[in-house]
Design a protein around this ligand. Structure first.
Ligand code: ADP
Ligand code: MG
Length: 258
């Protein structure tokens, strides 16, 4: 175990698609234990930024996990360095049990034969993870039968059994019930205490309840950053989120800051 806290440091990160700058010079630092929310309107570049960090989008600039430069490495290498992410749509193996999903994630480093071997007992880390994500009672159920929320927890569990040190979660509570949201927030606070966690989020109530710090992205750039209170009182943030008439019924209600 390292004696110093982990951190993720982005400097002047840029991603272009055919000349269009989806991410346009983003610099930010996220410290271990500081539950960071990354918010911003649709198309702000949030998912593209996560793609850049995880090696799925080609980027310029610098993205470091501690002293290790991630930029330019292949996605599987970045994952192996302990940087994990979830996707907006859960990507669990629906026909396999919860336990088998965790087992495969834990064995992703091993060869296919050892990975699929029959096991008498559950390794400690998998038991612990089942507890952490609240799926112990569901361990033998097919993942496909889980609720949307439980699938997201399983995905987070799949990162934990691989000992991910950085977790990048893309809209984890989208489509969740109120109770599932609260449980997810509590889970994120637990896992975020000794990991570096970035939560991409659209839901402002959820952000207000659980964020330690917030970065607001707009048109590919950082518009504002600070505590929830600081970001909410920033006139530039209010303009972006409330710029359209609040009376506009078509306006997505969960985009309202106040
Ligand atoms: N593969 C791609 N090719 C071209 N444009 C893309 C691609 N992925 C995303 N974009 C564009 O980049 C911008 C940022 O998208 P995205 O990162 O998905 O935003 P967010 O996650 O904040 O809603 C959008 O304008 C989107 O249309
Ligand atoms: Mg997105």
């Amino acid at each position: 175990m390292s004696m110093t806290a982990d951190y993720l440091e982005l400097s002047d990160v840029r991603v272009e698609f055919d000349g269009f700058r989806a991410v346009d010079g983003v610099s930010l630092t996220v410290l271990q234990g500081d539950l960071r929310f990354l918010i911003g309107p649709n198309g702000a570049g949030k998912t593209t930024l996560v793609d850049a960090i995880t090696g799925l989008a080609r980027a310029a600039g610098s993205i470091r996990f501690g002293r290790t430069e991630l930029l330019g490495r292949k996605a599987h290498r970045i994952a192996r360095l302990g940087v994990g992410r979830t996707f907006q749509t859960a990507s669990v193996f629906e026909d396999l049990s919860v336990l088998q999903n965790l087992d495969i994630a834990a064995g992703a480093e091993r060869g296919p034969v050892t990975m699929l071997r029959a096991r008498g007992r559950t390794p400690e880390r998998i038991d612990e993870t089942l507890e952490t994500v609240g799926l112990t009672a569901h361990r033998d159920l097919k993942a496909g039968t889980l609720s949307h929320g439980q699938k997201q927890w399983l995905e987070i569990g799949m990162l934990l059994v691989r000992d991910a040190r950085v977790l990048l979660l893309d809209e984890p509570v989208a489509g969740m019930s109120g109770e599932e949201r609260t449980r997810t927030g509590e889970l994120l606070r637990r896992v975020g205490a000794d990991r570096t966690v970035v939560v991409v989020e659209h839901d402002m109530d959820f952000m207000r309840s659980f964020a330690d710090s917030v970065t607001v992205l707009h048109a590919g750039s950082v518009l504002s950053e600070g505590s929830v209170a600081e970001v909410q009182s920033d006139p530039r943030v209010q303009e972006v989120y409330l710029g359209t008439a609040p009376t506009d019924a078509a306006n997505d209600s969960d985009e309202a800051v106040a």
